[in-house]
Design a protein around this ligand. Structure first.
Ligand SMILES: Cc1ncc(COP(=O)(O)O)c(C=O)c1O
Length: 404
């Protein structure tokens, strides 16, 4: 295994002691991404598609290249990649568009661990159409209960949409099985890959999923850019929900015709720097190699869980089996509020995320009103970071045990 990967991330030059455990919220940015965005703004920072001049040509080429890099990364075709502003945007687009065909008697199947981004848009659609929302339960090992999925997915199921990896539990959904059940009843399938895209190999062809969404900023790329993948024939059947320049082929005062996919879903000036930066981020991940990244992260997750489990009063909210975690390990410490844990860790320059992680229904279901303290890792996280976090956690436990 190669040495630390921290040298690729400029934040460690300005903050060498940072122990960053919040990749699940946003990954740190490598120098190549910062450079690529700077290059766009300083060398050719103009609009795409519209200009018949050199800088616009370059912007268009770089934007197209980014789309190609991302397509290849997930085994899709470039025309199946729609640039969005992030996972939330992609899921809202899908819910609004697909929701137009739903009616009372239909049902939408989600899981108990959904992020609000894959819940609230469907709640809105359910309210509007009368369609029923169903939630596949989790088992005692915090994994998707496939027996329950078999009960919930039935001939009235029109959409099955699920978080590939839970952003709270770190568990991986059995995507092939869920998609298989959905296909059996001709339901549309959607994967929220916001967490999985950075920790697992994603092959949309093998998954045979209709739509898959993710955000650039969790994949070492910029904020404000994301991807909605759709099988070409599914994208062609989807109605656009936002309208304006660049998504049209022809317009008269009373009607308009749409451009081909994916452009019909990209109205207005897009986040050009964001897309180009995301292309650079994906190329960077490929240059390190996902196999290498996964091997590092597996080893580190094992170390993290072993260390956490050795601390008195620490309860892992998730499987006790390290291979069942994908980048995320949540804990609860009896008698200590999660915000107090974060506060003490911050004094040691350890950055974690605490609270409900935008998965409030799951927290309520698990009886955790204060949520969890979540450690999420990236390619740069190392054992020294874990050791720093453990020292800080021990101090928090000692302090609050004395008070109690
Ligand atoms: C599983 C999951 N889905 C959706 C989102 C929303 O992503 P974004 O805020 O980038 O739109 C997140 C972000 O934390 C997530 O973890």
């Amino acid at each position: 295994m190669k040495d630390s990967l921290k040298q690729h991330f400029p934040i460690y030059t300005s903050s060498p002691d940072l122990a960053y455990f919040d990749t699940g919220a946003s990954a740190l940015k490598p120098q190549v991404v910062v450079d690529k965005i700077r290059e766009y703004y300083s060398d050719y920072g103009v609009n795409i598609h519209r200009g018949l001049y050199e800088a616009s040509d370059r912007a268009t080429t770089e934007h197209d290249t980014a789309r190609n890099i991302i397509a290849q990364f997930i085994h899709a075709e470039p025309e199946e990649i729609v640039f969005t502003y992030g996972t939330t945007h992609g899921l809202n687009m899908l819910a609004t568009s697909l929701g137009q065909d739903l009616k009372k008697g239909d049902n939408i199947v989600l899981t108990a661990w959904e992020h609000h981004a894959n819940l609230i848009p469907w709640q809105q659609i359910a309210k509007k159409t009368g369609a029923e929302l169903r939630f596949v339960d989790i088992d005692t090992d915090y994994q998707i209960d496939i027996k329950d999925a078999k009960k919930k997915i039935d001939s009235n199921t029109k959409i099955v949409s699920f978080g590939h990896v839970s952003n709270t539990l770190g568990s991986l959904a059995p995507a092939n099985e869920l998609i298989g059940l959905a296909k059996h009843v001709h339901a549309i399938t959607i994967i929220d890959a916001a967490q999985s895209i950075v920790h697992l190999k994603t092959d949309v062809k093998k998954l045979d999923v209709d739509f898959l969404v993710f955000s650039g900023h969790k994949l070492y790329g910029p904020t404000g850019i994301g991807v909605l993948y759709g099988k070409k024939e599914k994208l062609e059947q989807l109605s656009p929900v936002s309208f304006g320049g660049d998504m049209i082929l022809d317009v008269s005062y009373n009607s308009a015709e749409w451009h081909d996919v994916p452009y019909r879903f990209e109205p207005g000036t897009p986040n050009i720097a964001g897309a180009i930066g995301l292309g650079a981020a994906v190329a960077f991940v490929q240059s390190i190699g996902l196999d290498e990244i996964i091997a590092r992260e597996d080893k580190l997750t094992n170390y993290l869980i072993n260390q956490l489990s050795s601390l008195l009063n620490v309860q892992i909210i998730g499987s006790s089996d390290p291979p069942k975690h994908h980048g995320v390990v949540s804990i609860n410490i009896a008698g200590i509020h999660t915000h107090d844990i974060a506060e003490i860790l911050n004094r040691h320059n350890v950055a974690i995320r605490v609270g409900s992680h935008c998965a409030m229904p799951l927290m309520k279901k698990l009886g955790l009103p204060g949520g969890t303290a979540r450690f999420s890792i990236g390619m740069y996280t190392d054992e020294k970071d874990v050791d720093t976090a453990m020292t800080a956690l021990k101090q928090a436990i000692d302090l609050f045990t004395q008070i109690m």
